[in-house]
Design a protein around this ligand. Sequence first.
Ligand code: SAM
Length: 287
Amino acid sequence: MHSQDPGTDPRDPGPLGARLSLRSMGHFGSLTVVGTGFLVAGQITPESLSAVKAADHFFFLVAEPATRLFLESQHPGAESLHNSFWEGRPRQQAYDEIVERLLAPVRKGRDVCVAFYGHPGVFVYSSHEAIRRARAEGLAAQMLPGISAEDCLFADLEIDPAADGCQSFEATDFLVRERVFDPCSGLVLWQIGALGVITYHLHDLWNARGVDYLVQVLGRHYPLEHGVVVYEATHYPVCDPLIQRTNLGALAKSTINTHSTLWVPPLAKRAVDAAMLARLEASAGLA
Ligand SMILES: C[S@@+](CC[C@H](N)C(=O)[O-])C[C@H]1O[C@@H](n2cnc3c(N)ncnc32)[C@H](O)[C@@H]1O
């Protein structure tokens, strides 16, 4: 089913949308990837909600039931992707299956929208891969921005990443690739509850001992007394975020789960290179 008149179709985003929908640009058979943020209906952008409503086929993968109910109320055919995951299944298999589930209706000329929680392009393999494959097949695809866990972290912990810089790594990647980073800038580590685990599980913390390795490695760069925060954005407007302030040495005693993100504040301020500053000021005509 496709809109003939974008102005009168109630599912069409209309002129206030931030960008033209793929359908209004004349694409039939398209993929639009959106994010729901973390607050049921509170953090999905108007642009993304318009894309959900306008889709012929709508899929979603979210972290809790209230968002699921909200999304089901926005599209009569809303289909959850959760059944691609089960205990012990290699996650990569599930991700690849999701890509194919998304693309199958697009190949039949349907306008498909998929919603992932948070930002749809932040630590979401299937969204990027589906867009890559769609484009490779000559199909239209786009991603709309959303609110990520890191965005919520900056707001809830009142951190301005401009103050000292901020580095963001997937925690297993950080360990196994020995990522080079600056402890005098902030550090965000994602997926600290799933260190080294490539399968899907129903329980909350997938590798408790992995946290000990993380502490060992971070302990080479920070004192064990260095304060850190295990952070969990709230999914519900009536609940506060979970902010566990501890120190690095006691990290393993915190409640960590697969939704936890670790914030490691910067050590000391880096000294300013006065010669570089002078050169810059001179180049701007200030000196
Ligand atoms: C597969 S990634 C999904 C990220 C998501 N797309 C986003 O934009 O935030 C899962 C990781 O995101 C982070 N995360 C997910 N839910 C979170 C929450 N409620 N609070 C803080 N971090 C969260 C955790 O680091 C978790 O291991």
